[in-house]
Design a protein around this ligand. Structure first.
Ligand code: GLA
Length: 345
């Protein structure tokens, strides 16, 4: 593991970069700002390249609403109107996305500088204390993320505890482009999501009602399909989100494959495994050329895809769905893994 100073936030905090793993295996660059996946170098069938999107400096991360690579908390995805109840108490949460709570609020975990609690050649543990009342959430939450690089795989373990009942739904908002960051769009990537149902949403990204079958829609990725044609289908749910920005109900339970992403051009496959009930698939719909890449270029629509294991959106207002409530004495856990390989091997 190598740790170095990477930059300074506009408010004067130092941001460190940790480098985990070694070639020819995966090499992961993590920033203490947002416990962010900043760069992921792999071979896996193609030439050695970076397959994770990332910005150039702390100000670019903090000036962006794209959540590139960040660790999201306390609550990934949306809560309708930023309002819900917990044990009978009304909560009013930071709501900065078309009137809804999104990804922990205007000052979510992805915007904080995390402390390095432990680090070695192939792993790092980062911690963050979120005070009582943070973004409207009750309880002091202690969050921890562990990144582990093993050969061509990266594991991410997200954990949290609290001193009062609260809501927790953490995820990684890493974006991938298997052809390499800056190599164009993910239109030709083939995606598989083993899910019979997804969650249709309204124009602000809030679930309309219950989950719905993917069969017969642009959202059916039960068999591998190229992404480009799907996000150009004139179907209402695609139009509303300008592509795919939807939550899937991943078939099965427990530790399992949540998605497979392949680039036939690069000859590379990424298998995402997780233990979460839902998977937000976001095809980079709002990347609009206004934010810089780490190389100093600009991100445009579809330049990367985020595959975010998590609970279903607005779950605090949907008691019939898996619960985000965390109580004192309990430990929240979300595990995920990205495994890279050459296609056909
Ligand atoms: C999530 C949301 C999207 C968008 C991206 C970041 O995936 O669901 O609507 O906000 O984050 O831009």
């Amino acid at each position: 593991m190598r740790i170095s100073e990477w930059g300074t936030t506009p408010s004067g905090e130092t941001v460190h970069r940790l480098v985990l793993g070694s070639a020819p295996g995966a090499v992961l660059h993590v920033l203490t700002l947002g416990a962010t996946v900043h760069r992921l170098e792999v071979e896996a069938g193609g030439p050695r390249r970076n397959i994770a999107l990332g910005h150039r400096d702390p100000a670019d991360y903090l000036g962006s609403s794209d959540y590139i690579g960040g660790t999201i908390g306390r609550y990934a995805n949306r809560i309708a109107g930023g309002r819900t109840t917990l044990d009978g108490d009304e909560l009013t949460l930071g709501a900065h996305d078309r009137g809804n709570h999104l990804h922990g609020g205007p000052d979510g975990f992805d915007r904080r500088v995390w402390e390095v609690a432990d680090a070695g050649e192939d792993h790092a543990v980062l911690r963050l204390v979120s005070p009582d009342g943070d973004q409207g959430f009750p309880g002091t939450v202690r969050a921890q993320v562990t990144f582990t690089v093993t050969g061509h795989a990266v594991g991410v373990e997200l954990e949290a505890t609290t001193d009062a009942p609260t809501l927790v739904n953490l995820t990684s908002h890493a974006y991938f482009n298997l052809d390499g960051d800056g190599a164009g769009t993910i239109d030709e990537h083939r995606l598989t999501v083993p899910a019979e149902r997804y969650t249709p949403v309204d124009a602000t990204g809030i679930p309309l009602g219950d989950h719905a079958p993917v069969a017969g829609t642009a959202f059916d990725f039960r068999r591998p399909a190229a992404i480009g044609p799907r996000v150009r289908r004139d179907e209402e749910q695609i139009v509303l989100a300008r592509g795919i920005d939807h939550n899937y109900v991943v078939d099965g339970e427990g530790w399992r494959t949540a998605a497979v992403l392949e680039s036939p051009a690069a000859g590379t496959r990424l298998i995402l495994r997780s233990d979460q009930p839902g998977l937000q698939v976001y095809t980079g719909n709002f990347l609009d050329g206004s934010r810089r890449t780490a190389q100093g270029g600009l991100y445009r629509q579809g330049d990367g895809i985020a595959l975010e294991p998590q609970l279903h959106p607005d779950s605090p207002n949907r008691p019939e769905w898996p619960s985000a409530v965390l109580r004192p004495g309990e430990t929240y856990r979300c595990r995920l893994e990205w495994e890279l390989s050459a296609i056909g091997r």
